[in-house]
Write a protein that binds this ligand. Sequence first.
Ligand SMILES: *Cc1c(COP(=O)(O)O)cnc(C)c1O
Length: 429
Amino acid sequence: MKAQFTKSKKLYKIAQGLMPGGVNSPVRSFNAVGGSPVFISKAKGAYTYDEDGNKYIDYMSSWGPLILGHSDVDVVRAIKQAAERGTSYGAPCADEVVMAKLIVKSFPGIDMVRMTNSGTEATMSAVRLARAYTNRDYIVKFEGCYHGHADYLLVQAGSGATTFGTPSSPGVPKSFTDKTLLAKYNDIESVEKLFKKYGDKIATVILEPVAANMGVIPPQKDFLENLRKITKKNGALLIFDEVITGFRLSMGGAQKYFGVIPDITCLGKIIGGGLPVGAFGASRKIMSIVAPLGPMYQAGTLSGNPLAMAAGLATLDKLNKNSNYTKLRDLTNSLVGGLEDIIRKLEIKASINSLESMFTMFFTEPAPHDYKTALASDTKKYSKFFENLLSTGIMFPPSQFEAVFLSLSHTEKDVDKTLNALYKSLKDL
Ligand SMILES: *Cc1c(COP(=O)(O)O)cnc(C)c1O
């Protein structure tokens, strides 16, 4: 039976008259893959259901946060109980302390933390902190890394930006990005060159320790270590944007996973358990300049929101049990292994980058290691592949340059079903 999308299409039409592109975040529009987006009416575990009653095995996991799956019973209960006690106080509450304690305990690079409402706020504040602490202005970011949509970070910024061919956006004055220097991911020489030229003017190097917004691209051997060395040598701070990798790769994120400790860490996504959240943290010395302890201003009416704290804590509590990371990895390996077999069997020009519970299949070979090689992917092929998958009830991200995220709700049975669908979708290309 072919899936019908009547209600979604109708909603999309109305939405387009009311919201730019009919959405509140660009990549949801399916612009990158063509067609019109499905409107989700409910979600449970590994599954989402659209307005037309179609059911999907969901591999977007809300772009990363839902590592337990959708509407987990314990998370929902925690949110309900928190809501009964009030939705926001504008005053501190105990769960903020519990959350801070958990983050500090888990992340070697964090002694103190400040909660925000989004990953964008976290990276924006982290860069301000680095600039304030070093009293320097320049920052280094990498082509294809996304750090939210703050003006000076919206330069060659991966997925959304890549997808829409707007590496930097109109409305960002040239002077705002003058101090943003671009380096190439996995290319330490490109960073060395910048330090040679700008040396003691560089406040910070910011990166996704595992790039996941140009598709998944893991750091090559010694890349993170060398970044650690070069920043230290030049008196610049190293920022790991762990908005995706934090609690995804391990309880201590990428820094614990790879054993490279940044000066400042940004978090988001998983720590909010599906509610809006972000955080940045660093050593006590660095965080001591953040207001009200120090002069660097940073604030938020809803920061540390009790509902977000409750959802996040319930998520992290459940995640940190029963060798869940091993489960996630094993399940992902079944799916990736199966997909690799299919690619080989059908002799398709494709490759997979995979790490723990996230991966991207690129329609290019060999597997990309930076932005340029990621862009070599055949995005038309991806669009067709995506459409084929969707019609058989599998929801992959609606862009080549995003990550597939598995959750603890996915089962071997889901993986088997998905592999059947993947085979068909790729065969029918
Ligand atoms: C999602 C993301 C952000 C932005 O977080 P928002 O909550 O969407 O503002 C920042 N950095 C990375 C690496 C991300 O994946």
